[in-house]
Design a protein around this ligand. Sequence first.
Ligand SMILES: [Zn+2]
Ligand SMILES: [Zn+2]
Length: 275
Amino acid sequence: MFRFRVLGSGSDGNATLVEAGGARVLLDAGLGPRQLAERLASAEVDPASLDAILVSHEHGDHARGASAFSRKWGVPVAGSRGTLAAAGLVSERLPPLALVEPGTTLAFARLTVRAVAVPHDAARPLAFVLAAAGATFGHATDIGHLARPLVEALRGCDAILLESNYDPVLLRDGPYPWSLKERILGPRGHLSNGDVARLVEKGLGAECRQIVLAHLSRRNNHPELALQAAEEALSRAGRRGVRLTVANASGSDWITVRPVRSGGARDSERQMRLF
Ligand SMILES: [Zn+2]
Ligand SMILES: [Zn+2]
Protein backbone atom coordinates (compact mmCIF):
# COMPACT_ATOMS: atom_id res chain seq x y z
CA MET A 1 0.00 0.00 0.00
CA PHE A 2 1.09 3.57 -0.69
CA ARG A 3 -0.12 6.19 1.77
CA PHE A 4 0.86 9.64 2.97
CA ARG A 5 -0.13 12.00 5.73
CA VAL A 6 0.44 15.75 5.98
CA LEU A 7 1.92 16.59 9.40
CA GLY A 8 2.05 20.34 8.85
CA SER A 9 1.32 22.78 6.02
CA GLY A 10 1.89 26.51 5.52
CA SER A 11 4.30 29.11 6.79
CA ASP A 12 4.23 27.69 10.35
CA GLY A 13 5.89 24.52 9.11
CA ASN A 14 5.66 21.86 6.45
CA ALA A 15 6.14 18.11 6.72
CA THR A 16 4.57 15.12 4.97
CA LEU A 17 5.00 11.51 5.99
CA VAL A 18 5.05 8.85 3.26
CA GLU A 19 4.76 5.12 3.93
CA ALA A 20 5.17 2.83 0.93
CA GLY A 21 7.26 0.00 -0.47
CA GLY A 22 8.51 -1.08 2.96
CA ALA A 23 9.90 2.41 3.73
CA ARG A 24 8.92 5.54 5.62
CA VAL A 25 10.23 8.96 4.69
CA LEU A 26 9.50 12.48 5.81
CA LEU A 27 9.26 15.14 3.11
CA ASP A 28 10.46 18.34 4.81
CA ALA A 29 10.87 18.92 8.52
CA GLY A 30 9.65 22.47 9.00
CA LEU A 31 8.30 21.86 12.51
CA GLY A 32 10.34 21.64 15.68
CA PRO A 33 11.61 18.15 16.58
CA ARG A 34 9.23 17.75 19.52
CA GLN A 35 6.20 18.75 17.46
CA LEU A 36 7.28 16.43 14.66
CA ALA A 37 7.61 13.54 17.10
CA GLU A 38 4.17 14.32 18.56
CA ARG A 39 2.52 14.38 15.13
CA LEU A 40 4.27 11.15 14.19
CA ALA A 41 3.00 9.63 17.45
CA SER A 42 -0.57 10.58 16.57
CA ALA A 43 -0.02 8.73 13.27
CA GLU A 44 1.28 5.80 15.39
CA VAL A 45 4.71 6.07 13.80
CA ASP A 46 7.93 5.68 15.80
CA PRO A 47 10.25 8.59 14.81
CA ALA A 48 13.28 6.25 14.86
CA SER A 49 11.59 4.05 12.24
CA LEU A 50 11.95 6.69 9.50
CA ASP A 51 14.40 5.88 6.70
CA ALA A 52 15.16 9.49 5.78
CA ILE A 53 14.14 13.13 5.92
CA LEU A 54 14.08 14.64 2.43
CA VAL A 55 14.44 18.41 2.58
CA SER A 56 13.05 20.29 -0.43
CA HIS A 57 14.93 23.53 0.33
CA GLU A 58 16.52 25.43 3.19
CA HIS A 59 13.72 27.84 4.19
CA GLY A 60 12.83 27.50 7.86
CA ASP A 61 9.25 26.37 7.26
CA HIS A 62 10.72 23.29 5.49
CA ALA A 63 14.06 22.65 7.21
CA ARG A 64 13.73 24.05 10.75
CA GLY A 65 13.53 20.71 12.57
CA ALA A 66 15.72 18.60 10.29
CA SER A 67 19.03 18.83 12.13
CA ALA A 68 17.74 18.29 15.69
CA PHE A 69 15.31 15.55 14.63
CA SER A 70 18.01 13.78 12.63
CA ARG A 71 20.41 13.80 15.59
CA LYS A 72 17.81 12.80 18.19
CA TRP A 73 16.35 9.88 16.25
CA GLY A 74 19.31 8.87 14.08
CA VAL A 75 17.47 9.53 10.82
CA PRO A 76 19.62 10.55 7.80
CA VAL A 77 18.84 13.77 5.93
CA ALA A 78 18.71 13.91 2.14
CA GLY A 79 18.63 16.96 -0.10
CA SER A 80 20.49 18.73 -2.85
CA ARG A 81 24.06 19.82 -2.10
CA GLY A 82 22.91 23.45 -2.22
CA THR A 83 20.05 22.85 0.23
CA LEU A 84 22.14 20.89 2.74
CA ALA A 85 24.84 23.57 2.73
CA ALA A 86 22.42 26.51 2.93
CA ALA A 87 20.43 24.87 5.75
CA GLY A 88 23.61 24.22 7.74
CA LEU A 89 22.99 20.49 7.56
CA VAL A 90 26.53 19.51 6.66
CA SER A 91 27.90 18.41 10.01
CA GLU A 92 29.85 15.48 11.40
CA ARG A 93 27.38 15.18 14.24
CA LEU A 94 24.54 14.18 11.93
CA PRO A 95 23.89 10.67 10.63
CA PRO A 96 25.28 10.27 7.07
CA LEU A 97 23.70 12.64 4.55
CA ALA A 98 22.36 11.59 1.17
CA LEU A 99 22.64 13.84 -1.86
CA VAL A 100 19.89 14.04 -4.42
CA GLU A 101 20.10 16.42 -7.37
CA PRO A 102 17.49 17.22 -10.03
CA GLY A 103 16.89 14.21 -12.25
CA THR A 104 18.41 11.71 -9.83
CA THR A 105 16.61 9.08 -7.76
CA LEU A 106 17.08 7.70 -4.26
CA ALA A 107 15.70 4.33 -3.16
CA PHE A 108 14.55 3.23 0.29
CA ALA A 109 13.55 -0.46 0.22
CA ARG A 110 11.06 -0.55 -2.70
CA LEU A 111 10.20 3.17 -2.53
CA THR A 112 11.93 5.41 -5.07
CA VAL A 113 12.18 9.19 -4.78
CA ARG A 114 12.99 11.23 -7.86
CA ALA A 115 14.07 14.84 -7.47
CA VAL A 116 12.77 17.53 -9.82
CA ALA A 117 14.17 21.07 -10.04
CA VAL A 118 11.70 23.84 -9.19
CA PRO A 119 12.02 27.63 -9.54
CA HIS A 120 12.06 29.21 -6.06
CA ASP A 121 14.29 31.73 -4.28
CA ALA A 122 16.46 29.11 -2.59
CA ALA A 123 19.87 27.53 -3.32
CA ARG A 124 18.76 24.34 -5.14
CA PRO A 125 15.08 23.68 -4.40
CA LEU A 126 13.41 20.39 -5.33
CA ALA A 127 10.04 18.75 -5.74
CA PHE A 128 9.80 14.98 -5.22
CA VAL A 129 8.06 12.23 -7.16
CA LEU A 130 7.72 9.06 -5.09
CA ALA A 131 6.81 5.66 -6.49
CA ALA A 132 6.10 2.24 -4.97
CA ALA A 133 3.60 -0.57 -5.39
CA GLY A 134 2.60 0.77 -8.81
CA ALA A 135 1.50 4.13 -7.35
CA THR A 136 3.11 7.52 -7.97
CA PHE A 137 2.85 10.60 -5.76
CA GLY A 138 4.13 14.07 -6.63
CA HIS A 139 4.98 16.51 -3.82
CA ALA A 140 5.64 20.12 -4.82
CA THR A 141 5.50 23.27 -2.70
CA ASP A 142 7.27 26.63 -2.94
CA ILE A 143 7.24 27.04 -6.70
CA GLY A 144 7.54 30.37 -8.49
CA HIS A 145 5.99 29.25 -11.75
CA LEU A 146 4.89 26.11 -13.57
CA ALA A 147 8.20 25.23 -15.20
CA ARG A 148 8.05 22.46 -17.80
CA PRO A 149 10.14 19.79 -15.95
CA LEU A 150 7.80 20.04 -12.97
CA VAL A 151 4.61 19.89 -15.06
CA GLU A 152 5.97 16.85 -16.91
CA ALA A 153 6.95 15.14 -13.65
CA LEU A 154 3.51 15.69 -12.10
CA ARG A 155 1.61 14.60 -15.20
CA GLY A 156 2.09 10.87 -14.61
CA CYS A 157 1.21 10.94 -10.90
CA ASP A 158 -1.76 9.13 -9.33
CA ALA A 159 -1.85 11.73 -6.54
CA ILE A 160 -0.29 15.14 -6.08
CA LEU A 161 0.26 17.50 -3.19
CA LEU A 162 0.64 20.96 -4.67
CA GLU A 163 1.15 24.41 -3.24
CA SER A 164 -1.82 26.77 -3.69
CA ASN A 165 -0.29 29.67 -1.83
CA TYR A 166 -2.23 32.84 -2.51
CA ASP A 167 -5.19 34.58 -4.03
CA PRO A 168 -3.81 37.51 -6.07
CA VAL A 169 -6.46 40.00 -4.87
CA LEU A 170 -5.97 39.14 -1.19
CA LEU A 171 -2.21 39.38 -1.66
CA ARG A 172 -2.42 42.72 -3.50
CA ASP A 173 -4.76 44.28 -0.91
CA GLY A 174 -3.14 42.61 2.10
CA PRO A 175 -0.70 43.95 4.70
CA TYR A 176 2.60 42.62 3.31
CA PRO A 177 5.22 45.22 2.28
CA TRP A 178 5.40 45.67 -1.47
CA SER A 179 8.88 44.09 -1.71
CA LEU A 180 7.56 40.88 -0.15
CA LYS A 181 4.48 40.91 -2.39
CA GLU A 182 6.76 41.21 -5.40
CA ARG A 183 8.84 38.27 -4.22
CA ILE A 184 5.77 36.06 -3.73
CA LEU A 185 4.38 37.06 -7.14
CA GLY A 186 7.74 36.70 -8.89
CA PRO A 187 8.97 33.75 -10.99
CA ARG A 188 10.87 32.34 -7.97
CA GLY A 189 8.12 32.94 -5.43
CA HIS A 190 4.94 30.94 -4.90
CA LEU A 191 2.02 29.50 -6.89
CA SER A 192 -1.35 31.25 -6.84
CA ASN A 193 -4.76 29.55 -6.87
CA GLY A 194 -4.96 30.53 -10.55
CA ASP A 195 -1.62 28.84 -11.35
CA VAL A 196 -2.90 25.65 -9.74
CA ALA A 197 -6.15 25.92 -11.70
CA ARG A 198 -4.14 26.19 -14.92
CA LEU A 199 -2.16 23.06 -14.08
CA VAL A 200 -5.30 21.18 -13.05
CA GLU A 201 -7.13 22.16 -16.25
CA LYS A 202 -4.34 21.73 -18.79
CA GLY A 203 -1.47 19.76 -17.27
CA LEU A 204 -2.95 17.05 -15.11
CA GLY A 205 -2.55 13.44 -16.18
CA ALA A 206 -5.58 11.21 -16.60
CA GLU A 207 -4.22 8.97 -13.81
CA CYS A 208 -4.52 11.67 -11.16
CA ARG A 209 -7.36 10.85 -8.78
CA GLN A 210 -6.21 12.76 -5.70
CA ILE A 211 -5.15 16.39 -5.30
CA VAL A 212 -4.14 17.91 -1.98
CA LEU A 213 -3.77 21.69 -1.98
CA ALA A 214 -1.11 22.72 0.51
CA HIS A 215 1.03 25.58 1.84
CA LEU A 216 -1.92 28.02 1.77
CA SER A 217 -1.03 31.47 3.04
CA ARG A 218 -3.03 32.32 6.15
CA ARG A 219 -3.16 36.02 5.26
CA ASN A 220 -3.38 35.88 1.48
CA ASN A 221 -5.68 32.92 0.88
CA HIS A 222 -8.74 31.03 2.15
CA PRO A 223 -9.28 27.29 1.80
CA GLU A 224 -12.63 27.95 0.08
CA LEU A 225 -11.01 30.17 -2.57
CA ALA A 226 -8.27 27.61 -3.29
CA LEU A 227 -10.81 24.78 -3.50
CA GLN A 228 -13.16 26.77 -5.70
CA ALA A 229 -10.44 27.64 -8.21
CA ALA A 230 -9.31 24.01 -8.49
CA GLU A 231 -12.90 22.67 -8.58
CA GLU A 232 -13.79 25.01 -11.44
CA ALA A 233 -10.68 23.92 -13.32
CA LEU A 234 -11.59 20.25 -12.89
CA SER A 235 -15.07 20.93 -14.20
CA ARG A 236 -13.75 22.95 -17.18
CA ALA A 237 -11.51 19.99 -18.00
CA GLY A 238 -14.47 17.60 -17.68
CA ARG A 239 -12.66 15.65 -14.99
CA ARG A 240 -14.79 13.63 -12.58
CA GLY A 241 -13.79 11.34 -9.74
CA VAL A 242 -10.83 13.45 -8.61
CA ARG A 243 -10.69 13.83 -4.83
CA LEU A 244 -9.74 17.40 -3.97
CA THR A 245 -8.82 18.45 -0.43
CA VAL A 246 -6.96 21.21 1.39
CA ALA A 247 -4.25 20.33 3.91
CA ASN A 248 -4.79 22.07 7.27
CA ALA A 249 -1.89 23.81 8.96
CA SER A 250 -2.01 21.00 11.54
CA GLY A 251 -2.03 18.23 8.93
CA SER A 252 -4.36 15.56 7.59
CA ASP A 253 -5.38 11.95 8.11
CA TRP A 254 -3.73 9.19 6.13
CA ILE A 255 -4.44 9.41 2.40
CA THR A 256 -4.13 6.23 0.36
CA VAL A 257 -2.79 6.45 -3.19
CA ARG A 258 -4.29 3.88 -5.51
CA PRO A 259 -2.68 3.37 -8.89
CA VAL A 260 -4.81 3.45 -12.00
CA ARG A 261 -4.46 0.01 -13.49
CA SER A 262 -4.55 -0.22 -17.24
CA GLY A 263 -3.38 -2.86 -19.68
CA GLY A 264 -1.43 -0.66 -22.07
CA ALA A 265 0.56 2.52 -21.81
CA ARG A 266 -0.52 4.95 -19.14
CA ASP A 267 -2.76 7.71 -20.43
CA SER A 268 -0.13 10.35 -19.69
CA GLU A 269 2.36 8.51 -21.88
CA ARG A 270 -0.17 8.46 -24.70
CA GLN A 271 -0.80 12.17 -24.20
CA MET A 272 2.92 12.94 -24.24
CA ARG A 273 3.34 11.21 -27.58
CA LEU A 274 0.88 13.63 -29.16
CA PHE A 275 3.26 16.55 -28.58
ZN1 LIG B 1 7.53 27.36 2.33
ZN1 LIG C 1 10.43 28.51 0.43
